[in-house]
Design a protein around this ligand. Structure first.
Ligand code: ZN
Length: 240
């Protein structure tokens, strides 16, 4: 089973280091800063086989080309966004599989934040790499999409096993928690979860990955009953 380690990079991004203990194969998700990724790769054995990209924003792809050059890793990303990603060694669409050692990720199409955004679900690990589509207690801004698209993307995540680990692209949880408490003030599960978040951040610790079951109980964006409500929540959060 893959080990999945969040790597804090830039000001509030997370890359993820993936390592298959049986084969020693190593992957990295959304590497946007070279030095911390190189240090994590060195600690994992010094080789890099696969680079997984969720979407084209610079704070997710900036170091991908340099890491490919250094390690000879293959870059995987959305076929739909191939024109604005580093040259893809594997261009994927929804339903495709990506192999990493003895593990396989299923590609999920998740437009909303960007048009070509994809997520990777590892069924054996119950782990979801979701980039800037879903955050702990939040969701991505609709930069190239609308509420309908984001609602459909979040619905795909909501249907995954509740024990799924949610590995998102940013440490936004504390500010998301403040908004969530404002939007859903009578949710006891949220109040308890938010208290944990504030304590973790006060101690300088990451809040990710989170559990999908917690997001389903606490995340107002994932709990929105329809696209219109989701759109209103996103608008309100933009002004909060
Ligand atoms: Zn983004």
């Amino acid at each position: 089973m893959l080990s999945i380690t969040p790597l804090p990079i830039l000001s509030d991004n997370y890359a993820y280091l993936l390592r298959c203990p049986e084969t020693g194969m190593v992957g990295i998700v959304d590497p946007a800063e070279e030095a911390p990724c190189v240090a994590a790769i060195a600690a994992a054995g010094g080789t890099l086989d696969v680079i997984l990209l969720t979407h084209h924003h610079g704070d997710h792809i900036a170091a991908a080309e340099a890491l490919r050059t250094t390690y000879g890793a293959k870059i995987v990303g959305a076929k739909a966004d191939a024109y604005r990603l580093p040259a893809l060694d594997q261009a994927v669409v929804e339903g495709d599989s990506v192999k990493l050692g003895n593990s396989i990720a299923q590609v999920i199409d998740t437009p909303g934040h960007t048009r070509g955004h994809i997520a990777y679900f590892f069924p054996k690990e119950d782990a979801l790499i979701c980039g800037d589509t879903l955050f702990s207690l939040g969701c991505g801004r609709f930069l190239e999409g609308n509420a309908e698209e984001m609602f459909a993307s979040l619905a795909k995540f909501a249907a995954l096993p509740p024990q799924t680990l949610v590995c998102c692209g940013h440490e936004y949880t504390e500010s998301n928690a403040r908004f969530a408490l404002h939007a859903d003030p009578h949710n006891a599960a949220l109040a308890a979860f938010a208290a944990q978040v504030f304590a973790l951040r006060a101690a300088g610790k990451p809040t990710v990955p989170s559990r999908l079951s917690d997001e389903l109980a606490c995340n107002p964006f994932l709990r929105a009953p329809n696209a219109a409500t989701l759109g209103q929540l996103r608008e309100a959060k933009n002004k909060f």
